[in-house]
Design a protein. Structure first.
Length: 162
């Protein structure tokens, strides 16, 4: 007798589980909701965009679709990233392609992590010590074993310009 089973996405305490796709930028461990991620791909050649905001690194061609590449480090107010052409092949930026109402957008990151399960009740407010540029795009913080996971507000991250 075959039965259909539903995956119970709740922990024993019945707190809803949220899955975050994790990645690193500099020394920060960041995550976005896995449902917002279309795909993760290796470094892609980019075409610069004149007069674009500083966070926009360029455009990539993703199987015939033009995708804006956003330098997540620059968006968080971190030091400017060196051009990927000046980096060794293993040190080049990776692309986390996320879905947006305006089409896919790529977030340039340094390293890809795993999909991590967290419970929403463990989400804490970002500390007041964060720089304003980072605090404006961080939804909250999850304390994990030995490290902090900064959950990004994707809408705020992609709000570019002045």
């Amino acid at each position: 007798m075959a039965t259909n089973t539903l995956i119970d996405r709740r922990r024993r305490d019945h707190a809803p589980v949220r899955q975050l796709c994790t990645f690193s930028v500099d020394d920060l461990f960041l995550g976005v909701d896995v449902l917002d991620v279309q795909e993760v791909i290796r470094h892609q050649d980019m075409t610069p965009v004149p007069l674009a905001p500083g966070e926009v690194r360029g455009l990539i061609n993703l199987r015939g679709q033009i995708v804006t590449a956003v330098d997540l480090g620059a968006r968080l107010g971190l030091s400017a990233r060196t051009a990927d052409t000046d980096r060794a092949p293993g040190d080049r930026s990776l692309n986390v392609v996320v879905r947006t109402p305006d089409g896919p957008t790529s977030l340039l990151v340094d390293a890809i992590g795993d999909v991590t399960d967290v419970t929403r009740d463990l989400l804490e407010e970002p500390p007041a010590t964060l720089p304003a540029s980072a605090a404006s795009v961080i939804e909250g913080i999850y304390k994990l074993d030995g490290r902090l996971l900064l959950a990004l507000d994707l809408t705020a991250v992609l709000r570019l310009g002045p």
